[in-house]
Design a binder for this molecule. Structure first.
Ligand code: AMP
Length: 112
């Protein structure tokens, strides 16, 4: 069954898209945990970090280059945090790998 993110990629459900290219899509999280909360996802479904293979390296690298581009685009000059949750204990709720980009407030450490 298609994940919610696959439906966003396929434009079956709407999203507030901030960036798109042939390899990836970035859109605002529907339940933001910071004033800026964007999700960056590959268009090709990879379930999680655990499902990565060595050949996925360039794609994952591209996602981080896109994070930097979005940070510049959104003027996140005071800094930001990237998070990738993996699996149940990691807090992953959607089985399509995604980078959370969080910014706009001072983020505490360690995470809960
Ligand atoms: P994770 O818990 O790391 O798997 O993150 C999944 C994220 O997807 C959560 O922060 C959700 O708020 C977000 N999310 C779920 N459905 C949507 C949606 N339709 N549009 C945007 N973000 C979503």
């Amino acid at each position: 069954m298609a994940t919610i993110f696959q439906k966003i990629i396929d434009k079956q459900i709407p999203a507030d898209i901030v960036y798109e290219d042939d390899q990836c899509l970035a859109f605002r999280d529907i339940n933001p945990q910071a004033p800026t909360h964007v999700l960056v996802i590959p268009k090709r479904e990879i379930k999680s970090i655990d499902a990565l293979s060595p050949s996925d390296g360039p794609l994952i690298g591209h996602l981080f280059v896109v994070v930097r581009q979005i940070a510049q685009q959104l003027g996140l000059s005071d800094g930001y945090r990237t998070v990738i949750n993996c699996g149940r204990d990691g807090g992953q709720s959607v089985d399509h790998i995604h980078i959370h980009l969080l910014a706009g407030r001072s983020l505490s450490w360690p995470p809960g």
